[in-house]
Design a protein around this ligand. Structure first.
Ligand code: ADP
Ligand code: MG
Length: 990
């Protein structure tokens, strides 16, 4: 049963074996159970040599024979037993229709049906004849479709290629005919692109010339199919991608079937921008360089075939050879016509002569083959073409033959001048052989020189005249050729330089030019030679004795009638003296300028100084006012002290000392402050004396050393022969000490170097003005430190009262202001020279005093020797002060008389016999002040010594510190010792 059931498969066939061995359970069921109709159909087809496939059931399960398995190619054996839709997905639609028709009982037949099948891993066109018939099942209804499949691909392709070959040949023939007749490269390319594009179904066909850089290219012409646009324009190859660059650069065509699939997006975009989807670009390589491109573009995806590639290659080569032919033709035409035009246009006479053997021997005559229009003009003979030399100028023929025959024989060109005797023209001629020599032709080009000759002769004559003239000139004169080489110098030049005759020719003249001046002269000379512009320069020339003297050199060109420089005539003129004067003038100007700028600076400084002075004046007035108030304050303090003393006198002593000390301390501080303010306001009462500043410093050295401490190294540099100055010595001491303490503070805490220096200064107008002083002689006292220095804004304000940069409680800001006031009042000046980080120098300038300095008073007030009964009259309205003075002086051994006002004081003067000293307060009640009293007293007793006791307010009354001899001042409040000393000094005549 089993054997019988499978009998339909009992045949020597691979397909039969596969069918028998397969597992059909999932589709048709076991083979044994197949319907008889199915078995018989399979039994039939399996034995057929024709490719047959049975599509069984609704799904069209595929059962086929060995012949069909060949047709199925790579799809076999998986195809066997599969549903036809799944077995051939690429043609599913086609087979759906087959199944529908077949199962409905219909039949289908196709001849050379093209189907794209994937039988070898890729889709390929295939052609076949197909016959479909229904297969009836056991129940008599169609249960399947049977197909006979005969592949005709090979035949179809063969037929096609034959047709293509024919079309190709027809195309190439047409192309040939279209282009061969053309004499124009553009026409050829236009025809080529159009025919090629049409033949190949391209959207655009274009040709392009490459730039020499091998990247840029220009599409000169193209043909675009209807619906496509021209792509004429300039492009960069690199934009079309690396593939384009490498392939075309290597001379290989660029082939792209689908720019979107085959190229990176950016490169594809370049193609797309010009509407290209598929392309072949064919390069043309010339001498190893990419010179041109022919491109065939399509706007659809296209699989280029070898045949298409070959065709484009052929078209490209053909059209380029065509173009070259045409170009060569036209170049030839061009050069011929150019030559003709030139030949006729040139001013020179031109002819071609051809030698022949004449009666005078071999090559003894020539005939004019060609001659241009200028020939007649230049030679003076017309219509020479066709005529022989001996015909035209027989008499001089030998001379011309002698010139030209060697040219023909040797091929050596010549250039010469010769007179054409027949017409009396001087000709300049050039002759060269026309190759090949067998033509026996020589070309002659010539020009009539007659006029130039005449001009040259004239020039020679005038030159001779010129030299005669130049010899007579006192200047150095020289000449040079058009090439710039000097060739003649007059006597004067040789005499000046001492050079041997001829020793300056050519470039040797440079030997007498100063080497420093030569480069510029050489450059200018070269420029003049080039531009024919007048040459002018200045340089030093060496005189025979070796002295260099400045010369002005000028040279003008001599030009011929054509504007051509023929010679140069130059002169050298000695300008040494002028230059010296000019330089001296230059110096004077420089000095003047400097003066002006100095004066300007000075003016600015003076203005600054003035501003500063005005400011200080204002501040001075202010502080004067303050001082007045302070004095009142002092009076209050003193008054309360008085009171305390009174109470003490009454025996109410408990706890009063504290107040006494406090009041006295305050009084001292207030007094000190007042003193300084007064000093600054220049209203302090000074006691100027002729002073030796060096001695004053020496007396203070110990004190200063103690004050500045051991970290400061101190040096005193006193000028020898230092002038005296008239100042208040104790104020100067005060000032010096202040300066040194400021210096110490500026160098704290590290310390540094302190230098005290004196000098004689003679301030001229300018120096004096800059210091706001009258010009004259001064003594300077400078204190220099190596401290912090002062920034400009501190310098500006340092003299302001109360200005300090020191922490609260450490600086009063009165030191410098007091110094300023004191020095100004003393007729001097103080200056700050300071640099931040480097240190400061403070200088006092004090007017010179003509005379001897007085002995300095001892710095420590001595115990005073008692008086010897000398009489002192004391006038003061304040009982306490007067009482104090009287008591003090009496203690010292003087006889003291007293008065409470000026009038009673004067009365005493009249009545008392001897008076050695008048001590008077300035502010006195009763209509007479102290000064008036003193003056009145002196009328009675001339030369009477007077000591004024003053507060600030009375200062002006006694003469602003400028007192007559024998008058002195002491300021309230005073130390007892001070007044005692004063009195002693005055009485003792100091
Ligand atoms: P004081 O010393 O109480 O500050 P001064 O009038 O003596 O007042 O000085 C005013 C200011 O000038 C100082 O605070 C300081 O800033 C500056 N000064 C004075 N002398 C010097 C100096 N030698 N070096 C640096 N700065 C100085
Ligand atoms: Mg100070």
């Amino acid at each position: 049963m089993t054997d019988n059931a499978l009998a339909f498969l009992h045949v020597d066939s691979e397909a039969a074996r596969l069918i028998a061995g397969a597992d059909w359970s999932a589709s048709l069921g076991p083979v044994e159970t197949w319907p008889v109709s199915l078995k018989s159909a399979v039994g039939l087809l399996i034995r057929s040599p024709v490719p047959i496939v049975l599509l069984w059931g609704e799904d069209g399960v595929m059962l086929y024979n060995d012949a069909y398995s060949v047709f199925a190619g790579g799809r076999h054996p998986e195809l066997l037993g599969s549903k036809v839709r799944e077995g051939w997905p690429e043609v599913a639609d086609f087979n759906d229709n087959v199944m529908r028709v077949g199962l409905a009982g219909g039949t289908l037949a196709y001849e050379d049906q093209e189907l794209a099948l994937n039988r070898s891993g890729r889709l390929e066109p295939a052609w076949m004849n197909l016959d479909y018939s229904p297969v009836l099942g056991d129940d008599g209804t169609p249960q399947g479709v049977i197909a006979i499949v005969v592949e005709t691909t090979a035949r179809v392709l063969a037929e096609r290629s034959m047709a293509q070959g024919e079309a190709r040949l027809r195309f190439l023939d047409g192309l040939n005919r279209a282009t061969l007749a053309s004499r124009d490269a553009d026409d050829i390319l236009a025809a080529t692109t159009e025919l090629t594009a049409k033949h190949m179904g391209a959207s655009v066909c274009a040709y392009a010339d490459m730039d020499p850089d091998q990247n840029g290219f220009t599409i000169r012409g193209d043909w675009a199919a209807p619906g496509s646009t021209s792509i004429v324009g300039r492009y960069s190859l690199a934009d079309f991608g690396a593939l384009a660059v490498t392939e075309l650069g290597a001379g290989r065509p660029l082939i792209v079937n689908d720019v979107l699939a085959d190229l990176p997006a950016a490169e594809a975009a370049t193609f797309q921008a010009i509407g290209v989807r598929a392309t072949i670009c064919m390069p043309l390589i010339k001498d190893g360089r990419l010179t041109a491109l022919m491109a065939v573009h399509r706007n659809d995806v296209h699989v280029w075939t070898d045949a298409e590639l070959a065709l484009i290659r052929e078209v490209t080569e053909r059209s380029w050879s065509n173009i070259e032919r045409v170009r060569a033709d036209s170049a030839l035409n061009d050069s011929e016509s150019r030559y003709r035009a030139l030949f006729e246009a040139i001013d020179e006479g031109f002819c071609i002569i051809e030698f022949f053997d004449g009666p005078h021997g071999p090559l003894s005559d020539y005939v004019h083959v060609e001659a241009n229009a200028a020939y007649t003009e230049e030679a003076g003979i017309a219509n020479v073409v066709g005529k022989t030399l001996r015909n035209i100028v027989g008499a001089e023929a030998d001379a011309w033959i002698a010139r030209y025959r060697p040219v023909l024989m040797t091929g050596q060109s010549i250039r010469f001048e010769q007179e054409l005797e027949a017409t009396g023209r001087w000709l300049e001629l050039a002759a060269f052989r026309i190759e090949p020599a067998s033509r026996k032709q020589v070309a002659v080009i010539f020009k009539d020189l007659t006029e130039r000759r005449v001009a040259e002769n004239a020039l020679r004559e005038s030159e001779a005249q010129f030299r005669t003239l130049a010899r007579a000139l006192p200047n150095q004169v020289w000449t040079a050729g058009a090439d710039g080489l000097l060739d003649w110098f007059n006597e004067e030049t040789y005499v000046y330089s001492g050079a041997e005759a001829g020793a300056l020719d050519g470039e040797d003249w440079t030997s007498i030019v100063h080497p420093d001046d030569l480069p510029i002269a050489a450059v200018r000379w070269a420029r003049s030679i080039e531009t024919a512009e007048t040459y002018q320069t200045e340089f030093r020339l060496r005189r025979a004795d070796g002295v260099w003297r400045w010369h002005l050199t000028r040279a003008v060109p001599l030009q011929d009638e054509f504007g051509q420089v023929v010679r140069w005539v130059g002169t050298n003129t000695d300008i040494d003296d002028q230059r010296a004067i000019a330089e001296a003038l230059g110096d004077v100007n420089a000095v003047l300028e400097q003066r002006v700028s100095e004066r300007t600076e000075e003016l600015v400084r003076t203005q600054d100084a003035l501003r500063q002075a005005q400011k200080m004046e204002a501040v001075g007035q202010l502080t004067g006012g303050i001082a007045h108030d302070f004095n009142n304050l002092l009076a209050g303090i003193s008054g309360s002290l008085e009171l305390i003393e009174k109470r003490l006198g009454e025996g109410r002593t408990a706890g009063l000392e504290r107040y006494i000390d406090g009041a006295q301390g305050a009084a001292r501080r207030a007094a000190a402050l007042t003193q300084r303010l007064l000093a600054f306001s220049r209203r302090q009462t000074l006691d100027p004396r002729p002073t030796d500043v060096n001695r004053l410093i020496a007396g203070m050295e110990d004190l200063i050393r103690r004050s500045v401490g051991p970290v400061v190294e101190m040096e005193v540099v006193g000028a020898g022969g230092l002038w005296a100055t008239r100042v208040d010595p104790s104020q100067l001491e005060n000032a010096l000490l202040n300066l040194c303490i400021n210096a110490r503070d500026a160098m704290a805490p590290e310390g540094g170097r302190l230098t005290i220096e004196t000098a004689n200064k003679w301030l001229d107008e300018r120096e004096a003005r800059s210091r706001d002083l009258p010009p004259g002689q001064y003594v300077s006292l400078c204190v220099t430190d190596t401290g912090s220095g002062m920034p400009p804004e501190v310098i500006e304000r340092a003299f302001d009262p109360f200005f300090t940069t020191k922490p609260l409680g450490q600086g009063t800001g009165l030191g410098l202001s007091m110094i300023y006031g004191f020095v100004r009042q003393s007729g001097g000046q103080v200056r700050i020279y300071s640099e931040v980080g480097l240190g400061t120098t403070m200088c006092l300038y004090l007017p010179r005093f003509h005379g001897e300095a007085e002995e300095a008073t001892d710095d420590v007030l001595p115990v005073v020797p008692p008086g010897h009964g000398e009489t002192v009259l004391v006038i003061d309205d304040e009982d306490i002060v007067r009482g104090l003075i009287v008591e003090l002086l009496t203690d010292q051994g003087y006889r003291v008389v007293e008065a409470a006002d000026g009038v009673s004081g004067l009365r005493m003067l009249e009545s008392i016999g001897r008076i050695d000293l008048l001590v008077t307060d300035v502010g006195l009640p009763g209509g007479m002040n102290g000064r008036q009293v003193a003056d009145a007293a002196r009328t009675m007793r001339p030369g009477l010594k007077v000591l004024f006791v003053t507060g600030y307010a009375e200062n002006a009354a006694v003469g602003n510190g400028h007192l007559e001899p024998g008058m002195q001042v002491i300021t309230k409040p005073f130390q007892t010792a001070a007044i005692v000393n004063k009195v002693r000094d005055m009485i003792d005549g100091r």
